[in-house]
Write a protein that binds this ligand. Structure first.
Ligand code: A2P
Length: 281
């Protein structure tokens, strides 16, 4: 698996196996184990809020692949923001995963002005300081954020000691977030794309289906290739073996410039299109 180099020199496999909505049971663990052992994924993305960290840990252990060959990400949930809370939440995540270090730990969503009018920047900074401490203590190889727009990142970048290595945001052909992507690139922050298939909606888009037909590939593969061509890191979720195999098989074809232009011009083809300032959780 090819890698991107994060701003602290850590290498991260260019495709991650997403696990949002992967059940925390034997079937979930089996799907993750299949992804590692049969399809060759070496990067698994979970979160405390997904409530499946146990299954991720189990799948990694049972894969027979050594821990240092798998890149594991988890995320701090919104109710655990604030300096002291982060350490407790991190401990819990490590207990769930049964691991002794994490490759990447992210703040799942920024504290926002509508919920914390006077303190949102301070909350984000206090949370970040604890992430920095865990990083400096050697418990995490890289730290980052998720769902941060430029105006959430700016106050953090003004004060932080460690620049986030990653920002994981929703990106797919129907929600391209060009401004946020460009901002992160300028700051040396790698953008990870969650829901790169637009929750499946992009797969029934006529433009994408047409390109897939011409190339003899699937619409999912076209979406993933488009994300990779932008220098972003797709986190693709599936619990279906054929799709798990298909979604990593994207390194032996190219989109033409015209294909890329056509996809770039799409505006509205599904997905969640969540704006972090408008969420209620
Ligand atoms: P499933 O897990 O049942 O296989 P996204 O990553 O954009 O949120 O999309 C995830 C959704 O897309 C899941 O419902 C997943 O279904 C489905 N999916 C994943 N890979 C493919 C694929 N190659 N073809 C069609 N649907 C897919």
């Amino acid at each position: 698996m090819q890698t991107y180099k994060l701003n602290n020199g850590v290498e991260i496999p260019v495709i991650g196996f997403g696990t949002w909505e992967t059940p925390n049971d034997a079937s979930g663990a089996e799907a993750i184990k299949y992804a590692i052992t049969q399809a060759g994924y070496t990067h698994i993305d979970t979160a405390a809020a997904y409530r499946n960290e146990e299954s991720v840990g189990k799948a990694v252990r049972e894969s027979g692949i050594s821990r240092d060959k798998i890149f594991v990400t988890s995320k701090l949930w919104n109710t655990k923001r604030g300096y002291d809370n982060v350490f407790r939440a991190f401990e819990r995540t490590m207990q769930n995963l049964q691991m002794d270090y994490l490759d990447l730990y992210l703040i799942h969503w920024p504290a926002i002005q509508s919920q914390y009018p006077d303190s949102w920047t301070q909350i984000n900074y206090d949370t970040w300081r604890a992430m920095e401490q865990l990083y400096k203590d050697g418990k995490i190889r890289a730290i980052g954020v998720s769902n941060f727009m430029p105006h959430h990142l700016e106050p953090l970048l003004d004060k932080c000691d460690v620049v986030p290595a990653v920002n994981q945001i929703e990106v797919h052909p129907g929600y391209q977030q060009v401004e946020a992507v460009e901002f992160c690139k300028q700051k040396g922050i790698l953008v990870e794309a969650w829901s790169p298939l637009g929750r499946g909606d992009a797969l029934v888009n006529q433009t994408i289906m047409g390109i897939a037909d011409r190339l003899g590939r699937t619409p999912a593969q076209v979406c993933l290739r488009w994300v990779l061509d932008k220098g972003l890191l797709p986190l693709v979720k599936s619990v279906t073996p054929t799709r798990i195999l298909q979604n990593i098989d994207v390194f032996d074809f190219s989109l033409t410039e015209e294909d890329t232009k056509k996809i770039d011009a799409l505006t509205d083809c599904g997905g969640m299109c969540l704006h972090p300032d408008k969420v209620t959780f």
